[in-house]
Design a protein around this ligand. Structure first.
Ligand code: AGP
Length: 614
């Protein structure tokens, strides 16, 4: 997820671009850049790191002459967050500059084709390949718009892209496919942005672009075309007046970043799967080229902290059952000090959203010191853990702003499911569980449908249980890890004491805590262990404990009969996909309890987003 902005009008463009990028920094902040055309030449200025590093380079008078320009703040998905990979990127002849948000899935094939034609590339990014492709198409296309459209038709994947060229001074072209892009229409000027905050102080009049549309902008005039045949679509577009204030706009209208990020999970699953599934039908397979150069480990040690540890615990059974590999899961702060026995044919998989967690980094360094290969599973490209791992798999979840980790765990679970299937394929290439792959690919749409209902139900229950003395979260099998995660979420943002427990452990002591003022959240999903969890719920009810039972409807559409103070029904699903439905339910319940109690949901007390100290 990156932030892009364009401006065409009567004011100096660069200051407006930088101001807009500051308001888009929550979409990514590991490098940034601007391009503007002055005296028929494109000027590109970029910087690694925070936006202030870019501003330090924009001191020349030149930057105040241009009234058309494009800008970008990056969340790296291809290529390290270094200056050469920062946007904007140029065509081979330097006559076209673009900024891009999204992932061009077939960029390598296009890059090979262009290289064979003599193109040379300065960066590792998919975006530069697109810029070169547009330039190559321009050699034969009648107009710049034709060249832009021809290149986009060949680019597979997600993109929101803005193009600048001195060939049409003062004009910007932009297009979108499965990535947000909208037009801000002002008096004598137009803005193009990934999101409303980019230009909200200058105009509230917005035209939302749809997938497969290209817009041409020159000062206050704009025209919309269909990508396939460049037919005019301007008359079908309407201008919407935005009522949000700046604060709300950065959260896309959500009250907190946490709620926004929970609701982003359908996109996160889709982005995490992008480029990692090949073939069709019975030949559909998982592709993780990062792992192709590694042997299949004799044992896998998953090491992480907090939510990432819970994700690893969830993935263990999958990797053992589908990948055929024995798996241990360790908390990093314990692993690093217990001098673990690691053999050269084993591997360590470290999971970290930030890629900077001190204990996890130390565990990685310990493993490598013992001659063990390390696979990193990170969300931040170029982070310490990513750089020190032997190979790294990126979760591509976009920046996670809220301290409580939500969409990161969803992306980690998605990647762990792919890893399980991948190692299963390595063991017996002909085998790949088609039902799980189908379920994973359908998840994004399923979750998109379910989340609004889940949100309402979570709010209802939160108001009813917010004053409880304490909570058990109970689960068995894959739900044990989800129980730990549900308890962690409630603790860290509502400050109510909550413990995740393997449901079968209740009778070994913890059940002494149960009384009419103590609540339990029991995960009784549609799996073989349902009857056991149902009995555990009975044990709690017999002691007058309060119970929320999270259950799943069966294929028949009916949920199982279960006694509890509240029964929360989720839709039927593949057993593995059930975890992706239960996770947001747990997240939303905690969110609404904390919001109901008036807590600072995004910045809970005592916590930091990344624990870079022991
Ligand atoms: C989870 O909501 C917390 N923010 C925390 O437990 C977090 O998951 C943990 O600190 C690990 O962070 P990492 O994934 O960035 O390594």
């Amino acid at each position: 997820m990156c932030g892009i902005i364009g401006y065409s009008g009567y004011r100096p463009a660069v200051p407006l671009l930088v101001e807009g990028l500051h308001r888009l920094e929550y979409r990514g902040y590991d490098s940034s850049g601007v391009a503007f055309d002055v005296l028929d030449r494109i000027n590109v200025i970029k910087a690694e790191g925070k936006l202030s590093n870019l501003e330090a380079k924009l001191d020349s008078e030149m930057t105040l002459l241009a009234t058309t320009g494009i800008g970008h703040t990056r969340w790296a998905t291809h290529g390290l967050p270094v200056e050469r990979n920062a946007h904007p990127h140029l065509s081979q002849d330097g006559a076209i500059a673009i900024v891009h948000n999204g992932i061009i899935e077939n960029f390598q094939q296009l890059k090979d084709e262009l290289t064979a034609k003599g193109h040379t590339f300065l960066s590792d990014t998919d975006t530069e390949v697109l810029a070169h492709l547009i330039g190559e198409e321009r050699l034969s296309a009648p107009t710049l718009l034709d060249a832009f459209a021809a290149a986009l038709r060949r680019a597979h994947g997600a993109y929101a892209v803005v193009l600048l060229s001195p060939e049409e001074h003062g004009v910007l072209y932009a297009a979108r496919m499965s990535a947000p892009l909208l037009l801000g229409v002002g008096a004598g000027e137009c803005f193009i942005g990934s999101d409303i905050p980019a230009f909200l102080p200058y105009t509230r009049d917005v035209v939302f672009l749809s997938d497969g549309e290209i817009v041409r902008v020159e000062n206050e005039s704009w025209e919309v075309f269909g990508l396939e045949s460049l037919e005019s679509r301007t008359s079908a577009k309407s201008v919407t007046r935005i009522a949000w204030d700046m604060h709300a706009a950065a959260k896309d209208g959500f009250k907190h970043f946490m709620l926004k990020e929970i609701m982003e999970q359908p996109r996160v699953i889709k982005d995490c799967l992008t480029g990692r599934l090949t073939g069709y039908g019975v030949d559909r397979r998982v592709s993780l080229p990062e792992l192709d150069g590694l042997p299949v480990p004799s044992r896998l040690h998953i090491v992480a902290c907090g939510t990432s540890y819970n994700a690893g615990l969830w993935g263990r059974q999958l990797i053992e059952r589908m990948g055929g590999i024995p798996v241990d899961v360790d908390i990093a702060s314990e692993f690093r000090y217990r001098d673990p026995i690691l053999r050269p044919d084993e591997m360590v998989l470290v999971i970290s959203q930030s890629g900077e967690t001190a204990d996890t980094l130390a565990a990685l360094q310990l493993a490598r010191g013992k001659g063990c290969r390390v696979i990193g599973l990170c969300n931040v490209v170029g982070s310490s853990i990513a750089r020190e791992s032997d190979v790294v798999l990126y979760t591509q979840a976009g920046p996670e702003i809220s301290v409580a980790s939500t969409k990161a765990m969803c992306s980690q679970m998605t990647l762990l499911a792919l890893i399980a299937l991948y190692f299963g394929q390595r063991r017996s290439p002909a085998v790949c569980d088609p039902s799980l792959l189908e379920a994973l690919e359908a998840l994004s749409g399923r979750l998109q449908e379910e989340l609004p209902l889940m949100n309402e139900r979570a709010k209802q229950l939160a108001e009813k249980f917010a004053r409880t003395r304490g909570f058990f979260y109970l689960g068995r099998g894959c739900c044990e890890a989800l129980a730990y995660e549900g308890a962690l979420k409630l603790k860290e943002i509502s400050y109510i004491h909550a413990e995740g427990y393997a449901a079968g452990e209740m009778k070994h002591g913890p059940i002494a805590l149960v009384d009419s003022d103590f609540s339990s959240f029991a995960l009784a999903l549609d799996d073989d262990l349902f009857p056991k969890v149902k009995s555990n719920i009975q044990e709690i009810l017999a002691r007058r404990g309060r119970v929320i039972a999270l259950v799943q409807r069966r294929g028949t559409g009916m949920a199982p009969r279960i006694e509890a103070e509240e029964v929360w029904e989720l839709p039927a699903s593949h057993p593995v996909a059930a975890g992706f439905l239960a996770l947001p339910a747990l997240q939303l319940f905690s969110y609404h309890v904390a919001d109901y109690l008036g807590n600072d949901v995004d910045q809970p007390r005592n916590l930091a987003k990344s624990v870079t100290v022991e």
